[in-house]
Design a protein around this ligand. Structure first.
Ligand code: NG6
Ligand code: CA
Length: 500
């Protein structure tokens, strides 16, 4: 009798429970820092092996025309979180480490949508969208507002970039491992405390900063940083430990909270590249290559954890990068001297900071084993579209004011439609617009070439027009040959700027 009713129960409820499971798949959004279009095996790299990401791509969708909104970190992250083009809002450029939060609490964000839909939301990794309400903040007290005030139930972050002070982790509202007898002070204008700086004591550095770059303020873990800090000695991170620390926190979060939305924002391969000992020297391309091996390994560990938890078929992994690549971003880490022919942006022109495709066209992979059909998609998609797409997926409709620049591309992102955006505005030094494979870059006064990073910025005093279908490397400026196209695209760009 008992068995019969148990079997009836299982037969009756199983389809519902499977349905319910599929209805709320977990999400791991893996956001890496400064990884280029040509940095992964599955995007054509031959000098570097990335088996875990290659496998993810083979089993899921590999987008060939996926973009961040911007060619640097803060604006791309702002767009990802809010669905609003960052160039519409002042103060969304690269933030210093003591910046105030730039997302107003209460604004609809990607994680807040998931919260509304009954998910547990967490961020582990790089934040770089500011903390608190002003520059003057007490790093020894409650740090608020921050990620927890804009949609995350749990946060384990570092505030800005790995090369900016304070070099500490913040868990929810507090610096981790803070010793009250050694309070932290941070200043971006002048030196605080007695810690040596890279400028005064280059002999103390284990990795030198490149000449003329600004990484010569307070030394932490033998590396000069941008900005000055004192105190918090026990709380300061060791760069080599960071990937393991983040991985452990990510695993804990996934184990304890389901369904979850995890925003896992890795620091690799951003500077300073100081990989774990197990990766040092492994790629033969210097620490930048090693950092890429490290991030590939990390992705493999996440996949393994999902398998061990028995939830891989019920978890969507999205993998992408906040902007394009740079070799020399301020440290003598052999990224240039050991590049050995590796092309971090692949066939694309430019890189980080650039209006050319190398600035924003990045690896973009989505996998959902058992649900997404493996494929390569050439659809034009942008990270800003994640929020609207998932609002549709989660049945959490947005008003016109919420995520105003985001498109609903859920069918494209899940591999059910081959078509993407018809038009996309991108932000390098200058703004550009893409429609039907034609790309127009606005004239601008900025320098065309950045000597420090050795990157073509895409800035030019004249209009530029490229035919991406036949010239993905943006070698032939067709503006003079197609004046009508220039007029059309520049008018459309003006319209989008003005109207949203
Ligand atoms: C630049 C830094 C660079 C990097 C970047 C931010 C100098 C000369 N360069 O200002 O090293 O930190 O900011 O990178 O200081 S991002 O990926 O977070 O946008
Ligand atoms: Ca970045």
């Amino acid at each position: 009798m008992f068995f019969r009713s148990a079997i009836t129960w299982i037969l009756f409820f199983l389809p519902f429970s499977l349905y319910a499971q599929n209805l709320k798949p977990n999400i791991v959004f893996i956001y890496v820092d400064d990884l280029g279009y040509g940095d992964l095996g599955c995007y054509g790299a031959t000098k570097i092996k990335t088996p875990n990401l290659d496998r993810l791509a083979t089993n899921g969708i590999r987008f060939t025309n996926g973009h961040s909104t911007s060619a640097t970190c803060t604006p791309s992250r702002y767009a990802l979180m809010t669905g609003e083009f960052p160039w519409r809002k002042k103060g969304t450029g690269i933030l210093p480490g003591d910046a105030a939060l730039i997302i107003p609490p209460g604004k609809t964000t990607l994680p807040s949508l998931f919260q509304k839909a009954g998910y547990k939301t967490g961020i582990v990794g790089k934040w770089h969208l500011g903390l608190g309400t002003s520059l003057e903040k007490n790093w020894n007290g409650e740090l608020k507002p921050g990620p927890n005030e804009v949609g995350f139930d749990y946060s384990f972050i570092f505030p800005a970039t790995a090369d900016r002070v304070p070099t500490v982790f913040v868990e929810n509202h507090h610096v981790v491992a803070l010793d009250s007898s050694d309070p932290i002070q941070v200043n971006y204008q002048q030196k605080v405390g007695n810690d040596p700086t890279g400028k005064e004591h280059p002999e103390l550095l284990k990795m030198k900063s490149s000449p003329d770059h600004g990484h010569n303020n307070t030394i932490v873990n033998g590396i000069g940083r941008i900005g000055f800090m004192s105190g918090g000695n026990k709380a300061r991170w060791t760069d080599e430990e960071m990937p393991l620390t983040f991985l452990e926190k990510a695993k804990e979060f996934m184990d304890e909270n389901q369904p979850f939305f995890l925003y896992y924002a890795l620091t690799e391969p951003h500077v300073p590249r100081m990989p774990s000992t197990m990766f040092k020297g492994k790629s033969g391309l210097g620490y930048r290559g090693d950092a890429i091996l490290q991030l590939d390994w990390t992705v493999g560990e996440i996949v393994k954890e999902l398998e061990q938890l028995g939830i891989s078929n019920n978890t969507i992994i999205i993998f992408t990068s906040d902007n394009g690549p740079v070799l020399d971003d301020g440290y003598e880490d052999e990224a240039v001297t050991k590049a050995n022919g590796h092309k971090p942006a692949g066939l694309l022109r430019g890189g980080k900071y650039s209006a050319f495709e190398g600035g924003t066209r990045v690896p973009f992979i989505i996998s959902w084993p058992g649900t997404i059909k493996p494929q390569v998609s050439d659809a034009l998609v942008c990270q800003i579209d994640i929020i609207h797409s998932f609002s549709s997926f989660l049945k959490q409709p947005l008003s016109l004011q919420e995520a105003p620049d985001s498109y609903n591309l859920i069918n494209t992102l899940l591999g059910k439609s081959p078509s993407g955006r018809d038009v996309l505005v991108l932000q390098g030094g200058a703004l550009s617009i893409i429609r039907n494979d034609w790309k127009y870059i606005e004239p601008s006064n900025g320098t065309p070439y950045n000597n420090l990073t050795d990157i073509e910025t895409g800035n030019h005093s004249l209009p530029q027009l490229y035919d991406l279908k036949n010239d993905i490397g943006e070698k032939n400026n067709l503006a003079e040959a197609y004046p009508q196209k220039v007029k059309e695209l520049s008018a459309l760009l003006q319209k989008i700027k003005a109207n949203g």
